[in-house]
Design a protein around this ligand. Sequence first.
Ligand code: MRU
Length: 337
Amino acid sequence: MIKPLEYDRERGTVVVLDQTRLPHEEVYLQLDNFDQLVEAIRSLRIRGAPLLGLAGAYGLVLAVRECEGLPDFKDALMARIHVLVNARPTAVNLRKEVEEILSDVNLDAEPYEIAAMVFEKIVELEARLQEDDLRLSLYGADLLRGKTRILTICNTGSLATGGIGTALGIIKVKHQRHDLKIAYLCETRPVLQGARLSAWELSKEGVPHYLITDNTAPYLMSLGEVDAVVVGADRITRNGDTANKIGTLMLAVAAKRFGVPFYVAAPTSSFDLSLESGSQIPIEQRDPSEVLMIGGTRIAPESTKALNYAFDVTPAELIDAYITEAGILKAPFDEVV
Ligand code: MRU
């Protein structure tokens, strides 16, 4: 299994597979301070909602280590935590995992004790990420039995979760069960998580796939070439509205028009029941240069400006069901286990 993020106990560093350099180079970075980790999150070296939760937990370890010995330990730590949980605002997992760990940790303890408690939580979290992925992938593969042509967007595989993946995990299990003819991967402009990352993962595992430009998806559906669309999620609200990679809404609208079932696959840790609907989800806008350039080459005139919404919100009415580790759910949600 690909390990996108782990801790090197001997060196005391967080080891990150730099996802900005894939698929051409497999470079592992050794991060030994808090600012480096925050930079890795902001620049998408580490990405994907569940993995961002784990990155948050490691950020906590680095923050505690850096604040140790400062006279205002608690204030300095809280300032770093604020920076950490806001590094990427849309994926709820980042804030949620950090807050959940903090609620179990006594911040009045000695810093080395706090770090030890956080490490204990990290071990549990890593195991949970893997178990959730596997469970939901099995549920998803059961639900989609006989549907052999699956279309997806972005990267929801091991690179995004540390486990088998969510939507991509379902595709992998279906392949293992000989129940997959083809996975259609939207390239996922602007930064091409589909072309660079999902294609890399599926190539490594021998899963048949076609890369398509994002705007090919509705046409493929109109031709009757897609049996189901399965996507991941960065945040799901009480009414079922779902924030996910920009382009997801376009897929959901097209799927409804052409009668193709549309599923969201996500662990329950990506649900945010404190929010009533998708209009309350903070949507990250990123640097316009990601849209204006491809692979370091500018594609638009120097004077052209760009909008770069990293996510969109798909209304619940366009989503047939939510595939989670707790089973197949339907919106709205009073609670998720
Ligand atoms: O900007 P990214 O690459 O972090 O966006 C990732 C997605 O939108 C994924 O679909 C989502 O986080 C689910 S990953 C299992």
